[in-house]
Design a protein around this ligand. Structure first.
Ligand SMILES: *Cc1c(COP(=O)(O)O)cnc(C)c1O
Length: 437
C-alpha cells in the first residue's frame, strides 16, 4: 500500500498518522473522523514557498481556502507564512476570526454581493480578483461611497483549459469565470479600470483547471497573458506588478495519478515566465499561485466504521460504512476515486474486492467501487486516503446526518479542530409550528 506523509504502522499493526494510532482516534473521537497530517501540510506549503525563495522570485503562495477552511486550518496556513484566497463572506469571516492578516487575503468569486464587498473593504483585504464588468462597476461605486480604495487583479480566461494530463486550447472560452482575453473583454476591463482612480490594477489572474499533472497548461496560459501584457505596456503604459497563475496542482488519489513535486511546478513555470517576460521586454512581476488541493488533499484521511455487508452473488459485495456522501460527496459528484485500507490491519493480505457504500438514501452514495481489501467485518475501521481537499468543505447534512469531527495530528499529538455536530446543531435553526410536551 501507499503511505502518505507521516503515515505508518505501529507495533499493533495499526495505521498511524502523525505518530498517532488511527484505531485509537476512532475510539476516542468516534467515526466518521477527518484526520489531518499537519507535518504533510507544512511540507507542501514549504515546497511551494521555498521554491520561489530559492529562485529569488518575489511571490505569494495563497492557499485556496475553499479546499478546507476552518479556524485552525487558517492558523496553520498563517504559521507557514502563506497568503489566503477566499470566495465568500463566510470564508472571509473565518479567516478574520482566525486572526489572519487581511492584507494577505485575496477575494475571488464570480458574483460577490454588495455586502461581501463592503465587508472585505471594511477588513481592508489585500486585493479583489475582479471577475466581470458588473463587479468592476459595483466595486468602484462602493469605493466611491465609502471613500476607500481597492487593489484588484483582473481575472482572465486565457483560452486554455487543463485537467490532469490534457490541456485544451479553447478559442471561444465558454466559462462563467473571468474576462475573455481574446475577444477584447479583458482589455476593455483594463481600460475602464485605468480611468477609475479608486481602483489599482495590480495585474492579471487566471486559473485554468484542477488536478493538473504537467506544467504545459500553466505555461501556455502564461504565454497568452504575457503576450497581452506586452501589447498593453505599449498601448497604455500599463505594467503588471503581479501575475497570478492560479492553482490546480495535481495530487495522488490512486496509483494511476502521477503528480510532480510542488518545487518542480514552480521551477518549470518560473523559468518559462522569465523567458517570456524578457522576450516582451517586461520586468519580472511578482508571481502568485493559489494551491488548494495540493496543500491539504493527501494530508487528509477519513476514518469510518464498517457496518453491514450485502453480497450480490456473482456480482459484487457492498460494504457499508457509517458515513458517505454526507462527508464526502466527490465520488457521487464527479466520479472521484480513492484508495482505502482497514486501519486495524493495513498490511493484511488482500482477500477480496468490495465496493464501499455510504449510509445515505441514494444509490449513488458510494465512496469506492471495486476496492481490493483484506478480510473485513463489522467493527473494523476503514481509512480512506487523500480526502483532505473538498471533503469536509463539501460536507452536508443530507438525511440529517451530523458532520464529522476533524482532528489535526502531529508528532504524536492530537488536536480536535472541529467538533462533531450534534443533533441539536441540526435543529438549531428550525422553528416549530407549535410546541409539544
Ligand atoms: C479552486 C480554485 C483554486 C484551487 O484549486 P485546486 O485545484 O484546489 O488547487 C485556485 N484558484 C481559484 C481561482 C480557484 O477557483
Amino acid at each position: 500500500m501507499h503511505y502518505y506523509g507521516t503515515s505508518s504502522t505501529n507495533k499493533l499493526g495499526h495505521l498511524t498518522i502523525g505518530g498517532v494510532d488511527t484505531v485509537e482516534l476512532g475510539k476516542k473521537y468516534g467515526t466518521p473522523l477527518y484526520v489531518y497530517d499537519v507535518a504533510l501540510i507544512r511540507e507542501r506549503s514549504k515546497g511551494f514557498k521555498q521554491a520561489f525563495e530559492r529562485l529569488g522570485v518575489p511571490s505569494q503562495v495563497a492557499y485556496a481556502s475553499k479546499a478546507f477552511s476552518s479556524i485552525a486550518m487558517i492558523q496553520l496556513i498563517d504559521e507557514e507564512g502563506l497568503s489566503l484566497d477566499v470566495v465568500s463572506g463566510g470564508e472571509l469571516y473565518t479567516a478574520i476570526k482566525a486572526g489572519f492578516d487581511a492584507e494577505r487575503i485575496h477575494f475571488h468569486g464570480n458574483n460577490k454581493s454588495r455586502d461581501e464587498i463592503l465587508m472585505a473593504l471594511d477588513y481592508g483585504i489585500g486585493c479583489f480578483v475582479v471577475d466581470n464588468f458588473y463587479e468592476l462597476n459595483l466595486l468602484s461605486q462602493i469605493c466611491e461611497e465609502q471613500d476607500k480604495k481597492a487593489n484588484i487583479l483582473i481575472r482572465v480566461t486565457p483560452g486554455i483549459e487543463a485537467h490532469t494530463h490534457d490541456y485544451i486550447l479553447t478559442g471561444q472560452e465558454d466559462s462563467k469565470f473571468g474576462f475573455d482575453l481574446h475577444n477584447g473583454q479583458a482589455e476593455t476591463a483594463l481600460k475602464q479600470t485605468i480611468q477609475k482612480d479608486r481602483l489599482t490594477v495590480l495585474g492579471l489572474h487566471c486559473h485554468i483547471g484542477s488536478q493538473i499533472f504537467e506544467t504545459t497548461g500553466f505555461i501556455k496560459a502564461a504565454e497568452k497573458m504575457i503576450q497581452k501584457l506586452g501589447e498593453w505596456n505599449k498601448l497604455y503604459d500599463f505594467t503588471s506588478q503581479v501575475l497570478n497563475l492560479g492553482g490546480g496542482f495535481g495530487i495522488r488519489y490512486t496509483k494511476d495519478d502521477t503528480p510532480i513535486e510542488p518545487s518542480a511546478y514552480v521551477e518549470d513555470i518560473i523559468s518559462e515566465v522569465k523567458t517570456l517576460m524578457a522576450k516582451h521586454s517586461l520586468e519580472m512581476p511578482e508571481i502568485w499561485i493559489e494551491p488548494g488541493r495540493s496543500l491539504v488533499g493527501d494530508a487528509g484521511t477519513t476514518l469510518y466504521t464498517v457496518g453491514s455487508t450485502k453480497i450480490v452473488p456473482d456480482i459484487r459485495t457492498y460494504l457499508a460504512v457509517d458515513g458517505g456522501m454526507s462527508d464526502n460527496i466527490r465520488p457521487a459528484l464527479y466520479d472521484a476515486r480513492y484508495e482505502a485500507v482497514v486501519a486495524n490491519r493495513p498490511e493484511a493480505n488482500l482477500h477480496e474486492t468490495v465496493s464501499i457504500a455510504g449510509k445515505c438514501c441514494e444509490s449513488g452514495d458510494m465512496l469506492i467501487w471495486d476496492l481490493p481489501i483484506s478480510e473485513t467485518t463489522a467493527g473494523d475501521v476503514l481509512a480512506v486516503f487523500c480526502t483532505g481537499a473538498y471533503g469536509y468543505s463539501m460536507a452536508n447534512n443530507y438525511n440529517r446526518i451530523t458532520r464529522p469531527a476533524v482532528v489535526f495530528v502531529e508528532n504524536g499529538e492530537t488536536t480536535l479542530v472541529i467538533k462533531r455536530e450534534s443533533f441539536d446543531d441540526l435543529i438549531r435553526h428550525d422553528l416549530p409550528l407549535y410546541t409539544h410536551e
